[in-house]
Design a protein around this ligand. Structure first.
Ligand SMILES: [Zn+2]
Length: 228
């Protein structure tokens, strides 16, 4: 396949543009943002669970306090009734009930103490999680600003590139593709050519496009000095 050496970079640019269209590149800044957003989801869920544990324990404390209030009232009622009761059987019942209420109150107070210790630890844990969420939010905001500030990705006008190339080259390109040859490996199949094949490829006239011996694609020879 013949193609003037000065048009060969046009073919290569076309091939690279077509390749990036079929497999759009995700920019690293966008990847980083996505990673942070995933991390934020995870941390926000963990933070919500930590808050829920605090809420549950607060309800538990309210329940204990409510039970304690009722028992104290019962104990007072028993005491009041005992002051007026003379029947020995009734007195015995009231004393027994008063004793049971006092003993249950003592149990509740120890439950309450334990619950207060637990809620202190749970609130501490919740605060740690909340701080992590604040931290990831700041990172997400910064990453979002970075992404927003990225320059528009240059859209290559492939029609304009095609217009510069002869029809027979375009036909062959559409058929078998084109890739860079860096003197060692084909940019299409990424196979390193043995020295003899490299030499054959490099020996073709400069106004021609050799084929890759492996995949058959058109090779645009780009040596390091061309790229500089
Ligand atoms: Zn190849």
């Amino acid at each position: 396949m013949q193609l003037a050496k000065d048009l060969q970079p046009v073919l290569l640019e076309l091939a690279l543009a077509d390749a990036s269209k079929s497999q759009p590149r995700v920019r690293p800044e966008v990847q980083e943002l996505q990673k942070l957003l995933d991390e934020r989801t995870r941390l926000t869920e963990a933070s919500a669970s930590a808050q829920l544990a605090v809420d549950d324990m607060e309800l538990e404390i309210l329940r204990i306090q409510e039970d304690e209030r009722k028992l104290k009232k019962r104990e007072l009622d028993d005491k009041r009734q005992l002051g007026a009761e003379t029947d020995p059987e009734r007195r015995k019942d009231l004393e027994h009930d008063r004793y049971a209420a006092k003993s249950r109150i003592a149990d509740l107070l120890s439950e309450l103490k334990e619950a207060h210790n637990e809620i202190a630890a749970l609130r501490n844990n919740r605060d740690v999680h909340a701080a992590r969420v604040d931290d990831i939010n700041r990172k997400v905001d910064a990453a979002q600003r970075t992404v927003d500030a990225l320059p528009e990705e240059e859209v290559v006008d492939t029609d304009a590139l095609r217009a510069k190339l002869p029809a027979d080259v375009l036909d062959a390109y559409d058929d078998i593709g084109a890739a860079k040859f860096n003197g060692r490996a084909c940019g299409g199949c990424f196979i390193q050519l043995p020295p003899a094949e490299r030499a054959e490829v490099m020996a073709e006239p400069e106004d021609s496009l050799p084929h890759c011996p492996n995949c058959g694609t058109l090779l645009v020879r780009v040596t390091p000095s061309d790229e500089a």
